[in-house]
Design a protein around this ligand. Structure first.
Ligand SMILES: C[S@@+](CC[C@H](N)C(=O)[O-])C[C@H]1O[C@@H](n2cnc3c(N)ncnc32)[C@H](O)[C@@H]1O
Length: 331
């Protein structure tokens, strides 16, 4: 069937935006974490997996893993260090893949491989190829988040796991407003978006930014936030619905509980604990009981946490959430 002119033009717009996204992430390779902070990063990640309810030191052993949208490969390599048989990282940014390959080579990691492929490509791996699929911060930057999600689920083996980290519509309330404004005044012009973002939205200019508990480049944050042309988000309830429709049952979610948030806040405050954040973290410490497991958001708790984090200077911390779920084997 012939496609209409409108459909063709929508497809062309989409292809052009995907090209700009690839180009942007090839120039600004994300997250490009400084290897000097590897130990803090790994501690932070171990904590997060424990909060999701698994023991990361044994859970990944012998598994075949996919990291969908691996960027510069930090998580891919971290997973590779936890004893799996193999981890494959895929991404559409050649620049990021180049960094990832170089880092893996320098570190002498052998059970990892990086390939240029899209999370939207339903031919790239057969159904049920992986024991564990991880996709952190990627599919909300594609034009069809739901299609990408379904494709990730397809590649998980029965009894296997999918872990996603996705933008939270509620936590991203302010951010979504900022981006709506940028869309209106700058459209797809990435240079202009960044110019405006630096001028009007970069209100913590010059201060350090911590990502996953370690210092990261401020530019990385600015580009990843304001230059990407696709940035979808959803509520936890919607995401849990998607998992359910695909036959995956939630194992754990984060950040969900007050104690989890405080533990994360402590991790974000760094080891030195000397800043104002450090003092606040120390005062809050007794509230951070570390029992794992998940609890779904209830409205009051969500507003409470978001306000608290806003006051503590982590206004977008609840801006994304992580859900780990297991595929139920068919009877
Ligand atoms: C915000 S970065 C996240 C990187 C890494 N997973 C992390 O958590 O730091 C998003 C990544 O998704 C990649 N990406 C965007 N669209 C993609 C697609 N369709 N398939 C695979 N990767 C994609 C980008 O190139 C970029 O490296």
């Amino acid at each position: 069937m012939e496609s209409s002119g409108d459909e063709r033009s929508l497809r062309d717009d989409e292809a052009e935006r995907e090209r700009l996204t690839r180009q942007m992430y090839s120039q600004l390779r994300y997250p490009s974490l400084d290897p000097q902070h590897k130990a803090s990063y790994e501690n932070h990640r171990l904590l997060i997996y424990r909060l999701l309810g698994i023991d990361p030191t044994t859970f990944f052993q012998g598994k075949i893993i996919l990291d969908g949208g691996c960027g510069t490969g930090e998580e891919t390599m971290f997973l590779a260090s936890l004893g799996p048989e193999k981890v494959i990282g895929i991404d559409t940014s050649d620049g990021s893949l180049e960094s990832a390959r170089n880092r893996a080579k320098e570190a002498g990691i052998e059970n990892v491989e990086f390939r240029h492929a899209s999370v939207l490509d339903d031919k790239v791996f057969a159904d049920g190829t992986f024991d564990y699929v991880s996709s952190l911060g990627c599919i909300h930057h594609t034009p069809r988040m739901r299609q990408a999600f379904d494709n990730l689920c397809r590649m998980v083996k029965p009894d296997g796991y999918l872990c996603t980290f996705l933008y939270n519509s509620f936590g991203h309330f302010l951010y979504n407003l900022e981006c709506d404004w940028l869309d209106r005044v700058a459209g797809d012009d990435i240079d202009e978006r960044i110019r405006l973002a630096r001028r009007y939205l970069d209100w913590r200019r010059g201060t350090s930014f911590r990502r996953e508990g370690i210092p990261s480049s401020w530019d990385a944050r600015l580009f990843d936030k304001y230059a990407v042309l696709y940035r979808d988000s959803l509520t936890l309830k919607q995401l849990l619905g998607w998992y359910q429709e695909q036959g995956l049952e939630e194992v754990g979610s984060y950040p969900m509980r007050f104690g989890d948030m405080i533990a994360a806040y402590r991790a974000h405050s760094g080891d030195e604990m000397q800043s104002i954040r450090g003092v606040v973290a120390r005062v809050l410490s007794p509230l951070a009981t570390t029992s794992s497991g998940s609890r779904r958001w209830v409205w009051r708790r969500r507003v409470w946490m978001q306000s608290l984090l806003f006051l503590l200077g982590l206004y977008d911390y609840g801006g994304a959430f992580r859900v780990l779920a297991q595929k139920q084997a068919k009877e």
